[in-house]
Design a protein around this ligand. Structure first.
Ligand code: ATP
Length: 441
């Protein structure tokens, strides 16, 4: 967290006012990292597939959507209040001793006995009002998942894109949940971004597609460069399954705070489309042109968090290690480095004139101007070269380009590799080509 702030990945929202609980802002490097992850997802889910279309539905939706989806009645956590100190807890908070609502229950904050209420259901959706009048009829919700925007548009997309089942719709966008126990940095926040894909299939084929998407998604996650031993599957048991799901697997990562989900693959059956058909009174079934059968498609969902995936990538890349050799002072030196996959790194290279004289800045600026037409690059002429390398190590920048005394003589520069610390000498005019090759993948 300290590195994320220091280097400009993530800041607390409204920090100068003391911060807003579990809401975070992405700084100059964070916005690039998250964008690279989202673009990679979009490329693999939409552009590289003939059977998936993209969508960007609005955050605000008709309130009946959330009745049909089950969120008004079912998207709740049981909460208890302390009548003495007025604090509120999840009923399953492990710090609570005794049974809430009974005299033996003890408040984990003020320690009073018998002051905890019996659990009451609390809805996690954010409410707001549409239009000028703040009355019950004007209540609408900030969407708690992007999926519903896909379901209510499924016929629009099907008809306009001329897709046939099986096909999918993908969307990246914000979702909001009034989480009761948020925390762990950007792991659980109240405003977050989801990358969701709903795949519509013929009933009976959903198990096969479910397995297909499980394999695809794990392979995509591994493609982010995450270490194998930090990844595992977790199948939901009966108690964990969401109100809509028949089967569900999470991809979990071993965070510093334990194994936790960052993506889910869900078999949602025809739950959502059937309910929308019922509540909206509009036919949402599909006529199979080959067999003339009518059916409501089953849905296999892949649902990932862009913020949680960013956290996985950051945690997995973070290393503290000893540097030896030329770059280290006598006896070695500690460095913090983000070993980000180069294609995900916010900055692809940094340009360093060794000193600010003897024609080095001029050449360095020329190279920087040339590079930034192709990549996101950084120019740094402040402080010792060692300090500049360390700053870029912390930013996860894979290449450092140094313009030294020799450069102005023979128009070559050194390119330092963040991970191996090896330096190659490259002709100044070939740096773009060199980096393009290195950054592929
Ligand atoms: P959890 O049990 O951790 O709250 P969930 O099972 O409710 O998650 P889903 O509804 O399946 O999560 O959401 C799919 C994905 O959306 C999650 O894997 C996660 O990456 C992301 N996500 C969900 N809630 C949050 C949140 N409060 N903050 C950040 N990301 C979230």
């Amino acid at each position: 967290m300290s590195l994320a702030k220091r280097r400009g990945f993530v800041f607390q929202s409204s920090e100068i006012y003391g911060g807003l609980g579990s809401v975070w802002d992405y700084g100059p490097l964070g916005v690039e990292l998250k964008k690279n992850i989202k673009e990679r997802w979009w490329r693999s889910m939409v552009h590289e597939r003939h059977d998936i279309e993209g969508l960007d539905a609005a955050i605000l939706m008709h309130p009946k959507v959330w009745e049909a989806s089950g969120h008004v009645s079912g998207f709740t956590d049981p909460l208890v209040d302390c009548k003495h100190c007025k604090n509120r807890f999840r009923a399953d908070d492990p710090r609570i001793k005794g049974t809430p609502g009974q005299p033996d229950a003890q408040c984990p904050v003020c320690g009073s006995k018998g002051t905890l209420t019996a659990p009451r259901q609390f809805n996690l959706m954010f409410k707001t009002f549409m239009g000028p009048v703040e009355e019950q009829a004007a209540v609408i919700y900030l969407r708690p998942e992007t999926a519903q925007g896909i379901y209510v548009n499924y016929l629009n997309v099907l008809q306009s894109s001329r897709q046939k089942i099986p096909f999918g719709i993908a969307q990246v966008g914000k979702a909001f949940r009034n989480e009761i126990t948020p925390g762990n940095f950007i792991f659980r926040t109240r405003e977050f971004e989801q990358m969701e894909m709903q795949f519509f299939v013929k009933p009976g084929s959903e198990t096969e597609w479910f397995e297909f998407w499980r394999a695809e998604r794990m392979s995509w996650v591994k493609g982010l460069g995450i270490r194998d031993e930090k990844l595992r599957w977790h199948q939901h048991d009966k108690n964990e399954l969401a109100h809509y799901a028949k089967d569900a697997y999470d991809i979990q990562y071993e965070f510093p705070f334990g194994w936790q989900e960052f993506e889910g693959i869900h078999n949602r059956t025809d739950f959502d489309l059937s309910n929308h058909q019922k509540h909206a009174g509009k036919k949402l079934d599909y006529l199979d042109p080959k067999t003339n059968e009518r059916f409501i498609p089953y849905v296999v969902e892949t649902s990932a968090g862009a913020d949680r995936t960013s956290l996985v990538v950051l945690c997995d890349a973070y290393r503290e290690e000893e540097v030896r050799g030329e770059e280290a002072a006598d006896g070695g030196e500690q460095r913090v480095v983000l070993k980000l996959k180069p294609s995900l790194a916010p900055l692809k290279a940094a340009v360093f004139p060794l000193v600010n004289k003897d024609g080095m800045p001029e050449l360095a600026h020329r190279i920087h101007d040339d590079l930034r037409r192709h990549f996101n690059v950084f120019y740094d002429d402040g402080g010792s070269i060692g300090r500049r390398y360390r700053r870029q190590d912390e930013a996860g920048t894979p290449y450092g380009i140094t313009i030294d005394g020799q450069s102005t003589q023979d128009q070559t520069v050194t390119v330092r590799d963040r991970d191996t610390l090896k330096q190659d000498r490259v002709a100044a005019g070939k740096v773009v080509e060199y980096l393009t090759q290195k950054l592929a993948g």
